[in-house]
Design a protein around this ligand. Sequence first.
Ligand code: C5P
Length: 207
Amino acid sequence: MQVTIDGPAGVGKTSVGRQVAKGFSLLFIQSGQLYRAMAYAHREGLPDESIELAVGDQGGTYLTIDGVDAEAKLTSEEIGDLASQMAQDQEVRDRVNGVIVDLARDRDVLVEGRDIGTVVLPNADLKVFLTASPRERAIRRHKQLGGERTVEEIEEEIAHRDDRDKNREIAPLKPAVDAVIIDTTSLAENEVVKEISDLIRERIDSG
Ligand code: C5P
């Protein structure tokens, strides 16, 4: 079973994806973390080879840079923006896609990102595209990041990043033609988890 969840920044791909993956014992892969890791390594002058994404004991993935757990270093919008700049480069995309395709081979996976349903796993069993209003996404990111920046500032930053992601020439952010589009603006997280879980069950039942 291969499930993809694509969508813009702050839409809830990670929190929803993690829960859905757990419910169906799918390996959860955050492709954005790999772009963020490439951005971080680039900024710190570290080689791409210092990045490693391994399958952990609990069925999730485990990202290290230079042998050290990297998750906490990658959450800022600054790294997100640098990742989005680097993600315009085909060589960078090829590296990330190679890691994902290798992990997804012969495994049941849920992969989230921007181009997973359109480019990376075009034959996935279920493709979901999540949307939400820019204001709602900024509110969610604000809750997640904490910090001093206002919802308005965050809204502006993610709008800028989404614009770049949507309008780039290679693998732009867009729904696959066969994606199920879910507008999550007025849905609670558990409602989105349920909707996607129901879709997976339908796919399983129909063989
Ligand atoms: O999902 P996240 O916000 O962590 O992604 C950071 C950036 O990485 C995105 O803004 C996007 O430019 C890039 N990205 C991408 N393709 C993906 C996942 C992320 O281009 N599949």
